[in-house]
Design a protein around this ligand. Structure first.
Ligand SMILES: [Zn+2]
Ligand SMILES: [Zn+2]
Length: 319
């Protein structure tokens, strides 16, 4: 392997531990870490994401584990929130990896059990809701992360979305002209009606950069797909974008960042998007944000609605 570029500049000869293909940059472990943390801090400051405290939703996958550790090493007050969804086999394994990692690296971990929150596990809820598992799961995670982030009084909730994810969804949104999403999609979603600010600090890292972090740190993360996964479309967009990137290197970075810098401000100024058809009001039971579509509808949040649904099904089955 090549020599570390930064060591070489300092006239020191060190074998590179990683080659960052996207930047044609060979680095030793020490300088890779410095590069990664500096880039991460730069992103947080550039987009004014948070100053001191943040919550990270930690699933056990490589993106969230990396984010959790790197933010902690940068000196932020980081609350790792792991939601145990109760998926047989998968959830126990994820919890094990997350808690072992927290112990090894001295990270702050809070575990939220879905069963304690609503009285049922994700597979049980999916059966009751009769909706795709990924949609239900996404809704639950957003709601619970928001609830606990507020309890910890953090400035923002961070998720592990990286450059490849964001560029792929942008490609999908442009090719299908999803205008509301194009207008809204950004590394920072400001707080609104009881929703905490949401941020994506890894947007300037490719999946390969993150893979280099977990490999060099020796992180044991959850590999493979969620056993309930139904959503394959993002994967197809990601594969298409990879093909474009192969033919025209550096495209995905320019595509995403020039969208934010040049195109989105124009969209935001000139694109008329119909007003939201819904309102966000406090849940009548717990005060968390609830979405209502008309004034007569009772304001009940995602989690309280699921709890009601689970209780009703228990009543039915006991009668
Ligand atoms: Zn070096
Ligand atoms: Zn509620």
């Amino acid at each position: 392997m090549a020599l570390c570029r930064i060591c070489k500049e300092k006239k020191i000869i060190t074998k590179a531990d990683v080659y960052l293909k996207h930047y044609r940059l060979p680095l030793c472990k020490k300088h890779f870490k410095e590069w990664f943390l500096k880039r991460l801090k730069g992103t947080i400051e550039k987009f004014d994401m948070f100053k001191e405290s943040v919550a990270v939703g930690v699933s056990g996958g490589m993106d969230s584990m990396t984010l959790w550790q790197a933010l902690t090493e940068l000196g932020y007050k980081v609350y790792g929130i792991h939601i145990n969804l109760g998926i047989p086999g998968a959830s126990e394994k994820a919890y094990e990896k997350v808690s072992k990692f927290a112990e090894e690296k001295g990270l702050d971990l809070h575990v939220v059990n879905l069963k304690d929150e609503v009285g049922a596990t994700l597979p049980e809820i999916v059966k009751l809701r009769k909706r795709p598992a990924c949609a239900v799961c996404g809704q639950i995670k957003r709601a619970l992360l928001n609830k606990y982030a507020k309890r910890f009084n953090v400035e923002a909730v961070a998720t592990g979305h990286h450059l490849d994810d964001e560029a792929a969804t942008l490609l999908a949104n442009i090719l299908t002209w999803n205008l509301p999403l194009l207008k809204r999609k950004h590394p920072v979603l400001p707080s609104r009606d009881g929703f905490v600010k949401k941020v994506k600090p890894l947007v300037r890292f490719t999946k390969a950069d993150i893979k280099a972090w977990v490999d060099l740190e020796g992180i044991d993360y959850v590999k493979g797909e969620c056993p309930l996964s139904t959503g394959a479309s993002l994967k197809k967009w990601t594969a298409l974008l990879e093909e474009i990137e192969k033919a025209f290197p550096q495209t995905k970075f320019k595509f995403l960042f020039q969208y934010w810098e040049i195109i989105q401000p124009i969209f935001r100024e000139h694109l008329e998007i119909p007003e939201d058809e819904f309102k966000i009001v406090p849940c009548k039971y717990c005060g968390e944000p609830a979405v209502i579509y008309n004034e007569d509808e009772e304001p009940i949040c995602t989690i309280c609605k699921l709890r009601e649904l689970v209780n009703q099904s228990l009543e039915v089955s006991s009668n």
